[in-house]
Every structure is written in structure tokens, then in C-alpha cells.
Write a protein that binds this ligand. Structure first.
Ligand code: T4K
Length: 401
């Protein structure tokens, strides 16, 4: 608890946390179960290439999401690249700029031109009312991103897609276990793509998956992840190595067994942040629709522009205290290379993206973050906001020296 400005670490006071408190600290499930699975896979001497644990992982995910097919992948980025090819996307594809860079790189990596569309500032996902105005003769598809696990306007997107006969893929890297309109995310569009990276609430160290109800997309994805092999000695098209290995599947399966516990902890943490911060008008915590299933994987704050302290000042203050809050997804993909150079005028039509990028702040959560940690983080934020004028002035004096 800080009582005066001199006690802030940024001004030489004691650091609030002796160890860094990260956003994205992995959730670890039952160690014993994981180690048993590792022993089994070593005994079996089947380490990769569509092994039994990968098949079981795929089966569990398809069952949980009520989709016909799940094709496990080495990571979410390669899963996106393969989904884009397997659905026949080319030319120009509409995509939000307010997403993790992997969504857009997955297109560019294959020579596809991303065309950025602005977001709705209330949902942080594609603004469907602006989608049509970005469509041209060259448009070949749409990628929506269910950011923070909050679904895009799937109905609106599908309506536009139908009108222009465009395939749709959803980047559901954040949305495992979430619903929209009571329906599980996973079965929308031609395919949806999941990530099981270490920082995701269900993790397989590194991992991802394509989930789809389309038999042909599933079949092509399966072959493409295995160099294009359609059987021994028979390659039918361009493929890559996108296979998940057995150790990752062992972690994924173990992690899945703790699904309910991880969601409960995330939910508890999220509620605690809301309770502690809701009296501060300059900070709002993004909301989750209580009628839906949410995984609460991200706790995202929006810092008001009407504050003498900017979001970046708060990040500086928190980092000094060993709270490694993140500015996901600042500055927007359009302000990063190669898009900054190839689409230099993008900010002209991405005003909401730019505003949201300036405000967002992801704070630590997950099973490695205790309620006590959250209490202290909220106290720090509250202290900083209460003394925003004086802290802002002193930060700028320091910077000017
Ligand atoms: N689409 C979207 C919308 C995504 O958000 C992502 C990934 C993808 C697609 C692609 O999926 P993958 O190909 O990754 O499966 C992290 C993750 O690496 C990335 O998976 C995630 N999104 C993104 C939002 O966050 P960075 O560059 O911020 O990660 P990094 O290394 O800074 O780690 C984040 C924090 O987690 C650090 O403070 C340290 C902590 N950490 C991390 C790891 C790996 C740990 O404590 N232990 C660990 O093992 O991207």
C-alpha cells in the first residue's frame, strides 16, 4: 500500500512485488496426470505424426465444442495459415487491425493482401456496419476475431458474407469455451481457429487447432498439416509441417481436465478487478455478457483519455512495481511492419482502432495470480488515479531532466 508519491517505485520507493507478476502466466493442470501421460508416450515410442494422444485431444475438443472435426496443429498461427488455404482464400481478405499480429501475418505470409476494417469500440471486434464499404472486386473473404473471447457479430458478418459470396474464418484463439447466442464458438463460418499457446487458459505448451463442420476443409487441413500427404507416397497438394506432437497433446489433455477450475479462477479474478475498480470513473473493465459462457482469460482495462496520466504512464508506474501489465494490442497491426509501409494511410479509416489501442491495458490473471495480488494491483491503480495530477507532473519533470 502506497501512502505518498515517494513510495512509488518509479520515484525510488520500494517495489510492490518482489517477483514479476505477468499477464499470461501458464495455468498448470494436474502434474501427476501429465507425467503419467509422458511416461506412457515414451513407453509407446510414438512421439508425433497423428499419435493417439493427439487423436484423443482432437476428439475431446470436437466433443466439447460440438463440431464435426478438430484438426490439432503445432500452434495457432500455422492453424490460421492452413485454414486460410484450406478454405481457398486468396486475393484480398478483410480483417481487423485490432488483433494479435499473427492474424494478419497468417495472410501476408501467403501473399494474401490484408484489408483492414475498423472495430466497434464497445465490443473491440469487427464493426459490421463498416464491412461492406471495405469490399471491392478483389475481396475474397473475411476473417473475424473473437477478441478476449467475446464473439464477433457472427450473424452480421455471415449476412454480409452471404450477400457477396465470401468465405469466413474466425480467429477464435481467445474463445475456447465461449458461446454467442447460446451457441458454442467453434462451429461458425467455414472454420474457426484455436490457440493452445502457453499463455492461453487451456494450453498445450504450444498448440492450436482448426475446428469445422465442413468435411472437405477438415480433410484438406489434415493433409496440409502433414506436407500434403494423402497416404503413403502420395502428395496431392502443397503442404507444410503443422503437426502437434504427443507431448503437447499430453499437456493439452491434462489442461482440458482442469477446464472448469481454470474458468472459475479467471471468473473470480475478473470479478475482483471489477469490484475494486468500478468506483474509478477513469478506468473501465471490459464487460462479459453474463448470459453467455465466457472463459475470462483476459482482464482488459480501458483508461480514459481525460486523465492527467496516460495509459502509457500507468504502464510505466506498474512495471516499476513489477506488475508487467500489457498493452494488447497496441499499436494496431496497421502500425507495425510490413503493413505500416504497405498501407500507409490505414489510420484514416481506423479511427476507433486507434482510440482503443491508446486506451487498453491487460492486467495479470489466471491461476498464478492470487486475490491478494489483484488487491495490491488495484490499490496501486487507485492510488495513481487519485494522485494523477501530481504523479503526471513529476513523471514529466523526471523525463525533462
Ligand atoms: N490470434 C490471436 C488473436 C492471438 O492472440 C494469438 C496469440 C494468435 C492468433 C496466435 O496463436 P499462437 O500461434 O501463439 O498459438 C503472447 C502469446 O505468445 C500469443 O500466443 C498470444 N496470442 C499473445 C496475445 O500473447 P507475446 O509476444 O505477448 O508473449 P510473451 O512472450 O511476451 O508472453 C506473455 C507473458 O506471458 C510474458 O509476460 C511472460 C509470460 N509467460 C509466457 C510464457 C510463454 C510465462 O510466464 N510463461 C511462459 O511459458 O504473445
Amino acid at each position: 500500500m502506497k501512502h505518498c508519491l515517494d513510495e512509488l517505485a518509479v520515484f525510488g520507493g520500494p517495489v510492490a512485488f518482489s517477483q514479476p507478476i505477468h499477464v499470461g502466466r501458464p495455468n498448470i493442470g494436474n502434474r501427476q496426470r501429465f507425467l503419467e501421460r509422458m511416461q506412457d508416450l515414451l513407453d509407446r515410442r510414438w512421439l508425433s505424426n497423428d499419435g493417439p494422444l493427439v487423436q484423443e485431444f482432437e476428439h475431446r475438443i470436437a466433443e466439447q465444442l460440438q463440431v464435426k472435426h478438430c484438426v490439432a496443429m503445432v500452434n495457432g498461427t500455422v492453424a490460421l495459415q492452413i485454414a486460410i488455404r484450406a478454405t481457398g482464400m486468396s486475393g484480398e481478405i478483410l480483417v481487423p487491425s485490432f488483433t494479435f499480429i499473427a492474424t494478419v501475418h497468417a495472410l501476408q505470409w501467403q501473399g494474401i493482401v490484408p484489408v483492414f476494417c475498423d472495430i466497434d469500440p464497445a465490443t473491440h471486434t469487427l464493426d459490421v456496419s463498416r464491412l461492406e464499404s471495405r469490399i471491392t472486386q478483389a475481396t475474397q473473404g473475411i476473417i473475424g476475431v473473437h477478441l478476449w473471447g467475446r464473439a464477433c457479430d457472427v450473424v452480421g458478418i455471415e449476412t454480409v458474407a452471404k450477400k457477396f459470396n465470401l468465405p469466413v474464418i474466425y480467429d477464435a484463439a481467445h474463445a475456447f469455451g465461449c458461446t454467442t447466442g447460446g451457441k458454442k464458438i467453434g462451429g461458425f463460418g467455414q472454420a474457426e481457429v484455436l490457440s493452445f499457446h502457453a499463455t492461453k487458459f487451456i494450453n498445450s505448451f504450444e498448440g492450436g487447432a482448426i475446428v469445422t463442420n465442413d468435411d472437405s476443409v477438415a480433410q484438406r487441413s489434415r493433409e496440409m498439416r502433414n506436407f500434403g500427404f494423402a497416404g503413403y507416397d502420395n502428395v496431392t497438394e502443397l503442404g507444410t509441417n503443422g503437426k502437434m506432437n504427443e507431448a503437447c497433446a499430453a499437456m493439452g489433455l491434462t489442461s482440458l481436465e482442469s477446464f472448469d477450475e481454470f474458468v472459475a479462477v479467471n471468473r473470480r479474478n475478473y470479478k475482483h478487478y471489477v469490484e475494486k475498480l468500478n468506483s474509478i470513473p477513469e478506468i473501465s473493465v471490459i464487460t462479459y455478457d453474463e448470459r453467455e459462457h465466457n472463459n475470462f482469460q483476459y482482464v482488459v482495462l480501458e483508461v480514459s483519455d481525460n486523465l492527467p496520466l496516460s495509459r502509457d504512464d500507468l504502464v510505466q508506474l506498474l512495471f516499476a512495481e513489477n506488475v508487467l501489465a500489457r498493452k494488447y494490442f497496441y499499436p494496431g497491426c496497421h502500425r507495425m511492419e510490413p503493413y505500416k509501409t504497405s498501407i500507409p494511410d490505414a489510420s484514416r479509416y481506423l479511427s476507433e482502432t486507434e482510440t482503443v489501442c491508446r486506451r487498453v491495458l491487460s492486467v495479470p490473471t489466471g491461476t498464478a495470480t492470487s486475490l491478494d495480488d489483484i488487491e495490491q494491483i488495484c490499490q496501486l491503480l487507485t492510488f495513481c488515479i487519485q494522485h494523477a495530477d501530481a504523479i503526471g507532473k513529476r513523471l514529466r519533470d523526471h523525463a525533462a531532466r
